[in-house]
Design a protein around this ligand. Structure first.
Ligand code: ADP
Ligand code: MG
Length: 693
């Protein structure tokens, strides 16, 4: 066997391991539970837990944890050992079905948005058997969902599972109308992950990287990404060594790490896995981000997952490739090769188009963070306006469908819905529009607005829910139809006409698009504070309730948490900016000015004019004065900010007052960086950071 085959999944309690280690009946019962998305029976759980424990102990594991994803975008774990005392000072190693399936967590420090009062601090975790248990750092990790005692979702996983159920239910209904026998539909996701690598010794000298994950100061180096020589260029040995080890670590955990390449900006890279069921893809993306950071350290590197670590070069995103597949093995966004499948494809495609147009606000909300605000719309990433790219061929088909209706509405054709068989759409890279936030790429949609550090859960909750909701409408209408074919045709044409405005194949970076999008009435929320309030619009509360994904209370709690997170993030940046400006930049510039002043004096003592030195001194001191003013302004702004109890007001203050005050400091400081001697500058600059790996 190859090394890859040897490594793949060795740390995962996957189906093959289950089959080998579980009694036949138990295996079948568990398999059925997973396939049907049901709850596990206690007697089955006990046997599974025991087999899991034995397997883990053979691999040197002593502890287990319920591994969950609270609403802070990362994962949480609390380790318990298998140790159980016995008489006579002995111990045995135990792990019960109850411990596998259900955990308690004193989780009062996790964000709950008021869902869990502190006097009832406990939450509980419940195994999500659709995602395999695995061993990480010698600990058996059980992927779980995290809820309050009242059953309210406190994590990213619970709503994701609910949204997958909603999509399953409605998609199966629609498929039945086409005479398909699929009994389960699951969304699939392949998230491409971008990141930067910087040298650890340089990183350690930058407080902004340490506290904020991005630089708050710095000029673009003489060379950036303008030569396009980094994108998919030869990978440097140190980075290659990192990628090799990362791949191996990911393969051990069953992550299908597939493609690794250099990205556009210097020091920027990407990893893409092969797609998986959404829950698994979500877990695996979290593990990928965690391992990227861990493995980088072993190579003297730091992995930056922030959306915009450096101004002036590209930021990092995450591309969420999304589709739906049936348990009979079909991808529902794959254009079929017979008339019936083509019609079915067009219906699902139409459903996505309607869903995205109706709920572009929600998709935008799921990508809104303080970090991603620096990226979206910055002519390197998709604009903040959501539109759909279909490509010329598919757009031509849509156009002909619409034209048909217009000009020969009475004519019934011997076709399913105006097209016999759809052509295969090109899936290669060359023909793609990279400026579109939501692009059809042959057999899936690629949503490109996600930030690189975010969990993919929220976006997929929304995608699954909005498509489920439209499929529900479609199924309601088509199930009542006297003539399925003509009803189908009418529904598709009517819906495409209604939502045609969301289709845009042009350049999303062009300024004209802003004007055109406004004319089309497409929403444009340029930043987080503009976007987030739409999460709790009446329409969206109703949508999530209708699909049983969020109660109103849960949705409002998420709204509060996300706003608070924004406020806290900007606050940390402001404090860091102030500290660096006051304690590092200003003193360095003053020292430089002092040395120049001495030089002026010494030169004059030799009977010379010191004109140039005097001019330089003036340049520095006038800028120092401006820097000090800007520092005062930010300090006052921070002191004046108060927790008003109104999360939106607090976040607005950060955006309206704090961020401009930080920007003003940066402007002068970056200017000073170009004047003050390199030896005086108190931390590594962009040219050091971006070209030293
Ligand atoms: P590109 O860089 O051109 O966007 P990649 O090949 O890097 O393309 O990434 C495409 C991603 O889409 C991969 O993660 C791939 O596994 C994923 N993908 C392919 N088919 C599907 C599907 N049916 N559902 C979800 N994701 C898919
Ligand atoms: Mg892509």
């Amino acid at each position: 066997m190859s090394r890859m085959e040897d490594l793949f999944g060795i740390h995962v309690f996957n189906d093959a391991v289950m089959q080998k280690r579980l009694p036949r009946d138990t295996y079948k019962a568990l398999h059925k539970t997973i396939a049907d998305g049901r709850a596990l029976k206690p007697e089955v759980a006990n046997i599974v837990a025991n087999a899991m424990k034995d397997w883990a102990i053979e691999k040197g594991v002593t502890h287990y944890t319920h591994w969950f994803q609270p609403m802070n975008g990362v994962t949480a774990e609390k380790h318990d050992s298998f140790l159980t005392p016995r008489d006579g000072g002995q111990i045995i190693l135990e792990f019960s079905g109850k411990e596998l399936v259900h955990g308690e967590s004193d989780a009062s420090s996790f964000p709950s948005g008021g869902l869990r009062a502190t006097f009832e601090a406990r939450g509980y975790t419940a195994w999500d058997p659709t995602s395999y248990a695995f061993i990480k750092d010698g600990v058996l990790c059980i992927p779980t969902a995290f809820c309050s005692y009242g059953g309210e979702a406190l994590d990213a996983k619970t709503p994701l599972l609910r949204s997958m159920e909603a999509l399953n239910k409605q998609a199966v209904r629609v498929l039945k109308l086409f005479g398909r026998n699929a009994t389960r539909v699951t969304p699939t996701v392949g998230p491409e992950q971008e990141y930067f690598l910087v040298d650890k010794t340089l990183y350690d000298q930058r407080k902004d990287l340490i506290f904020c994950g991005r630089t708050l100061f710095g000029n673009k180096p003489p060379k950036g990404q303008e030569l396009d020589d980094h994108y998919s260029g030869a990978i440097k040995p140190r980075v290659k060594a990192f990628m090799t080890e990362l791949d191996e670590e990911l393969w051990k955990l069953g992550v299908l790490a597939k493609t690794e390449h250099n990205e556009a900006a210097p020091a920027q890279h990407e990893l893409a896995p092969i797609y998986a069921v959404t829950t698994v893809a979500t877990d695996h993306n979290q593990l990928t981000m965690e391992l990227m950071k861990k493995v980088a350290l072993r190579h003297g590197l730091v992995c930056l997952l922030h959306e915009k670590p450096f101004a002036g070069v590209n930021g990092s995103g995450k591309h969420n490739n999304w589709s739906m597949s049936t348990n009979t093995g079909y991808n529902l966004l794959e254009p079929g090769d017979d008339p019936a499948s083509s019609a079915q494809f067009l219906l699902f495609l139409t459903a996505v188009i309607r869903a995205v147009d109706l709920h572009a606000d929600l998709l935008r909300v799921t990508t809104a963070t303080a970090g991603n605000d620096h990226r979206l719309g910055a002519c390197e990433a998709p604009p903040a306006i959501i539109s759909i790219f279909l490509g010329d061929e598919l757009t031509a088909i849509v156009d002909s469908l619409l034209a048909d209706e217009e000009y020969h509405s009475a004519a019934k054709k011997d076709l399913e819905i105006g097209v016999t068989v759809l052509p295969k759409f090109p899936q290669d890279n060359t023909d793609r529009n990279r400026t579109s936030p939501f692009a059809f790429t042959g057999n899936k949609f690629e949503f490109r607005s996600l930030g690189s550090s975010a969990s993919i859960a929220d976006t997929n909750v929304v995608l699954n829910t909005i498509v489920a909701d439209v499929l529900m409408e479609f199924a309601d209408e088509l199930e009542q139809a006297a003539d399925f074919r003509s009803a189908l045709h009418d529904l598709i044409v009517r819906t495409l006409r209604q939502h045609y405005r969301i289709i845009f194949n042009g350049n999303g970076y062009a300024p004209e698009w802003l004007v055109e999008a406004a004319r089309r009435g497409l929403p444009n929320f340029p930043n987080t504070v503009d976007a987030l309030p739409h999460l709790i619009d009446e329409k969206n509360i109703a949508l999530f309730r209708r699909q049983n994904v969020f109660t109103e209370k849960e949705l409002r709690s998420r709204y509060e948490i996300t706003l608070e997170y924004y406020t806290k993030t900007v606050n940390i940046e402001a404090e860091t900016c102030l500290m660096m400006a006051e304690k590092q930049i200003f003193p360095a510039c003053a020292r430089f000015a002092g040395d120049i002043a001495r030089a002026v004096k010494n030169i004059r003592a030799c009977g010379l004019e010191a004109t140039a030195e005097t001019r330089l001194l003036q340049m520095v001191t006038t800028r120092n004065a401006r820097l000090l003013d800007a520092i005062d302004t930010l300090r006052d702004a921070i002191s004046a900010s108060k927790q008003s109890g109104d999360a939106l007001a607090d976040a607005s203050y950060e955006r309206n007052v704090i961020i401009p005050a930080m920007t003003a400091i940066r402007l002068v400081a970056d200017d000073l960086e170009t004047i003050v001697g390199k030896d005086y500058w108190p931390f590594p600059t962009y040219d050091d950071l971006l070209f030293n790996v």
